[in-house]
Design a protein around this ligand. Structure first.
Ligand SMILES: [Zn+2]
Length: 278
């Protein structure tokens, strides 16, 4: 059964029934918070915390109340899709504060270590395919293809900027303890092997880039959803943060309707947290 439980707004829906008053929580559900752009925190049904692409303190869409990294609380795993600043973001600081493991492509791992951004002991260097179980046997993380780029621009102690290798851009498929499967596309154009991701992992929920310019726009995202990925639900991301990212959830919904899609679109606001599960 599908569950959507709003934890930040009264009047939540649980199992199809409207709740009013108390914020609803479901111990079995994954709680997902969006910070804007591609930054998410996933609290798993078993109590683990995974943060993806923590671009928070300088994210124009992150509410002021959420820019304090200490409010994120414990973090078991940070996953970074690629080296651009709106994804690598606060990874170094958050890793230092929380002691979390940091999952990145193997090449970016070397760069983060050599530049002193992430301690070697915390790095989990892997590559597309995997899969791996970096925070216990019940959660599986698979790195996927993404059609993008990944260099790292880093300012050294002398204040000068340098460009460093960020390895291959990626997305992540995360299978939680209860089997609920989330695919974070990373920044990507549409690519035919999204079919493979559907065949192999059957994601229930896709966190999908729709802003255009650097990634899929709403029309491309609608194609990916309808023809390739066919998930039960999507959350649009990577739109509206900067002027070129003009794609909107409304445009995505229009294209999905035109294509006869059965996928549900859950539009989140930056700072909002909702619960998701089978
Ligand atoms: Zn980006």
């Amino acid at each position: 059964m599908k569950r959507i439980v709003t934890t930040t707004v009264a009047g939540a829906l649980i199992a199809g029934f409207a709740w009013a008053g108390v914020p609803a929580r479901d111990a079995q559900a994954a709680e997902i918070k969006w910070y804007g752009q591609a930054a998410f925190r996933i609290k798993t049904p078993g109590g683990k915390v995974i943060v993806i692409d923590p671009f928070i303190t300088k994210n124009p869409k992150t509410p002021a109340a959420d820019k304090d990294l200490s409010k994120i609380g414990k973090v078991d795993l940070i996953l970074v899709t690629h080296g651009h600043g709106d994804h690598l973001g606060d990874t170094g600081k958050l890793a230092e504060m929380t002691g979390a493991k940091v999952g990145v492509n193997a090449d970016m791992g070397h760069t983060l270590r050599i530049l002193g951004i992430v301690d070697k002991k915390q790095l989990v260097r892997f590559n597309k395919s995997g899969p791996i179980n970096p925070i216990g046997p019940d959660i599986t993380v698979t790195m996927t293809h993404a059609e993008h780029s990944s260099e790292i621009v880093h300012k050294g102690p002398d204040g000068k900027e340098g460009i460093y290798p960020g390895g291959e851009p990626a997305g992540y498929v995360i299978k939680l303890e209860d089997g609920y499967t989330i695919y974070h596309t990373g920044d990507t154009g549409v690519f035919k092997d999204m079919e493979l991701i559907n065949d192999l992992y059957k994601p229930d929920l896709v966190l999908i880039s729709i802003g255009g310019w650097f990634t899929m726009d709403p029309a491309h995202a609608a194609y990916a959803i309808t023809r390739l990925l066919k998930p039960k639900m999507v959350i649009p991301m990577h739109f509206g943060t900067f002027p070129p990212l003009k794609g909107t959830p409304e445009a995505l919904k229009k294209y999905l309707t035109e294509m006869g899609s059965k996928t549900e679109v859950t539009v989140m606001q930056p700072g909002e947290e909702k619960a998701f599960g089978k």
